[in-house]
Design a protein around this ligand. Structure first.
Ligand code: SAH
Ligand code: SF4
Ligand code: F3S
Length: 419
């Protein structure tokens, strides 16, 4: 039995697709990457923007065509859009066999297995991913923040922190099977709390695992990034000097309408605190342009914020109205053309800053964890998260940390040699 998983959406979806793939492998199913080889096609979906849903619809449309030639193929739609639209997906696309929403993620594998009466052949759910250097694990599901534009709390439900003992034992298993870097995932990892265990003590405990080189986590909500956590990033050697800290807007009026619970001044003070305690911290962010009521002046505040803060990287999105959210009841009054214009201004500015940052790294030496080896090139990352390419003939370097002297930069990439 051969299956294919196509994933749309955030890191959490990517991580859940991996976990599902591990489980299916343990039931004897074989993962393929070419759609014509698959008996089961699984699409993991996202609802965060209308565009993400359109992408899913067009994918399902293409798979339906394929099913006309291969009627035995099963089509399964999972994830956030499956949660949001549920049975409506099957009404619109008659050949979809199964729809499982993200609130039922614990049952993903089981439902698929039942569809085929498969028997479990292996109990160790992580055994099939044994070669990857970097792994991820969801530590907190759902979100309670209800930012006014965001559909995530509706499709993922209330915040639930997973049991710290289970998280730690999964991390130990990952390290045993070759992981060197673990990324902890959640919509707002800082609000992790299981019994008396908070995020800082969870991170501390995971760092105690022998053989683990690096720990990352995302996403951080600015209102929850505590001094304790900043101190931990500064002092715990294994924690990478990188925070993804979505700002969304540089206008206080817009931030308020977004229900983000902080002002630009608060955000800026947080950045300054991070930089004063951790000199080489890399800070990345998310920006939304064209939120309802965003004037040219609001937008210019965001642009000015980018110039003042000089983020190491950012994602910028055009506002997209999502059903049931508070912002969906506001007038989506920034015309599409204007959203596109603001989007490209932000992107240009960010590329400019980014290329200046990578240029300033040339001639310096950074610790790089090597993650991959492909056609005589080692691929690794700095603690700050930048990709580094190193010419080499040996794959024995994979999974190890080296000091790498950066000799060249191109747009967003770095090239260097092991010292
Ligand atoms: N939990 C994370 C991110 C969740 S979604 C956080 O709080 O930052 C990832 C990003 O998508 C968000 O940071 C936001 O920038 C963007 N986004 C969410 N809803 C959106 C919408 N309706 N339109 C455009 N961008 C959106
Ligand atoms: Fe959405 Fe806000 Fe929750 Fe992030 S914190 S998932 S943007 S509601
Ligand atoms: Fe992620 Fe999209 Fe769901 S951003 S949480 S896959 S709506």
């Amino acid at each position: 039995m051969k299956y294919l998983i196509e994933t749309i959406g955030c890191q959490m979806n990517v991580c859940e697709s991996d976990a599902l793939s591990n489980m299916l492998s343990n039931y004897g199913m074989l993962q393929v990457h070419n759609i014509v080889d698959a008996d089961v096609i699984i699409l993991n979906t996202c609802s965060v923007r209308a565009q993400a849903e359109q992408k899913a619809f067009s994918y399902i449309g293409r798979v339906e065509e394929l099913k006309k030639q291969k009627p035995n193929v099963k089509i399964i739609v999972i994830g956030c859009m499956a949660e949001r639209l549920g049975i409506k997906i099957r009404k619109r696309f008659k050949s979809v066999d199964l729809v499982i929403g993200s609130k039922n993620i614990n049952n993903f594998a089981l439902k698929i297995v039942n569809l085929y009466n498969l028997a479990k052949i292996d109990d160790n759910i992580l055994s099939k991913k044994s070669t990857e250097v970097g792994r991820c694990i969801t530590i907190i599901r759902g979100c309670n923040n209800f930012c006014s534009y965001c559909v995530v709390p509706f499709v993922r439900g209330q915040e639930v922190s997973l049991d710290n003992k289970i998280i730690i034992s999964e991390c130990e298993e990952m390290v045993k099977s070759g992981a060197k870097e673990i990324m902890l995932l959640g919509q707002n990892v800082n609000s992790y709390k299981h019994g008396t265990v908070d995020f800082v003590s969870l991170v501390r405990d995971i760092c105690k695992i022998d053989g683990l080189e690096r720990l990352r986590f995302m996403t951080n909500h600015p209102k929850n990034l505590s001094d304790d956590l900043i101190n931990l990033i500064a002092t715990e050697k294994k924690v990478c000097h990188h925070v993804h800290l979505p700002m969304q807007s540089g206008s206080n009026k817009v931030l308020k309408e977004m229900n983000r619970n902080y002002t630009y001044e608060y955000y800026l003070a947080l950045i300054n605190k991070l930089r004063s305690k951790i000199a080489d911290i890399s800070i990345t962010t998310d920006i939304i342009v064209g939120f309802p009521g965003e004037t040219e002046k609001d937008f210019n505040n965001t642009l000015k914020a980018l110039k003042d803060i000089c983020f190491d990287g950012l994602y910028v999105f055009r506002y997209s109205s999502r059903p049931n959210t508070r912002a969906s009841r506001m007038v989506d009054d920034v015309p599409l053309e204007e959203k596109k214009r603001r989007h490209s201004i932000i992107l240009n500015e960010s590329n400019k800053i980014s290329s200046e940052i990578v240029l300033s790294m040339v001639g310096k030496t950074f610790e790089v964890l090597v993650e991959n080896f492909k056609s005589n090139i080692l691929e690794g990352r700095t603690g700050g998260g930048r990709k580094v390419f190193i010419k080499s003939t040996s794959k024995d370097y994979v999974g190890k940390v080296f000091n790498v002297h950066i000799s060249e930069s191109k747009i967003n990439s770095l090239f260097g040699n092991i010292v």
